[in-house]
Ligand binder design. Structure first.
Ligand code: ZN
Length: 245
């Protein structure tokens, strides 16, 4: 009888502790690997690649867009949420192109990661990151070139407006032009909704990247070994604007 009571008490304690832990886990780490890699994203609203983003990001962006509009800047999304499959298509198209041009697999991957990510590791998978231009002036042919955002570039007023106001809406430039920063090249068009992107990144860096990447069986996969991924994580994933860490 006594043993039964002890076991029963133990069982209840286990259930309660389990439930409590589960709840805590839910609050601290509510994201799974598939969600963080754009395979099973959550809370994505919008119909196409120009408007698909996380619900809270969309709300904050709408507020920022309205404020910018009053100051004569028409914030326009060029790229928002991107699924794993879409990133894989971008990566493999570039990979084929560079290898056809005579680059080795190593060189092709290094060239891809000047601006593009290894599928599964894009911040665009989270629905928190947006590539933005100013829709008001006539757009140049290739809009995402840094030169358009500086000096007499058509998107320079937008960059200046964002520098002053974006943080009020939770948006932070990710790949700054800080001279000591490594990883991706400077992207004056890429902003991240920090209130969500910070916890996403903290969870993302706990994933076993090698396992995740090998499962994706990518072109040039042989190059993406543990040494490569260690460097990639340090430089490309973590060497970003410190406000997002
Ligand atoms: Zn981007």
């Amino acid at each position: 009888m006594q043993t039964v009571t002890i076991l029963r008490t133990l069982f209840i304690v286990l259930i309660l502790t389990g439930a409590k832990n589960h709840k805590l886990m839910g609050q601290e780490h509510p994201y799974t690997a598939d969600q963080l890699m754009g395979i099973a994203p959550i809370d994505i609203v919008g119909d196409d690649y120009l408007s698909k983003m996380n619900k809270a990001t969309a709300k904050a962006f709408e507020a920022m867009k309205n404020a910018a509009s009053k100051d004569g800047i028409e914030l326009q999304v060029v790229s928002a949420f991107r699924s794993f499959d879409r990133q894989k298509a971008i990566y493999e198209r570039k990979y084929r192109k560079y290898v056809d041009q005579g680059l080795t697999p190593e060189q092709a991957v290094e060239k891809i990661i000047e601006y593009s990510t290894i599928p599964g590791t894009s911040r665009h998978h989270w629905g928190t990151d947006l590539d933005l231009i100013d829709g008001k002036p006539e757009a140049p042919n290739a809009v995402l070139e840094p030169e358009h955002f500086y000096g007499d570039g058509v998107f320079c007023p937008m960059r200046e407006w964002m520098q002053q106001h974006a943080h009020n809406y939770g948006f932070v430039e990710v790949y700054t032009n800080h001279p000591q920063r490594s990883g991706f090249n400077h992207e004056p068009w890429h902003y991240s909704y920090a209130p969500l992107a910070i916890p996403y990144l903290r969870k993302f860096i706990l994933l076993d990247l090698e396992q995740v990447i090998s499962k994706a069986s990518l072109l040039g996969g042989i190059v993406l070994d543990s040494n490569f991924l260690k460097r990639y994580k340090t430089a490309h994933i973590l060497d970003i604007n410190p406000k997002l860490l």
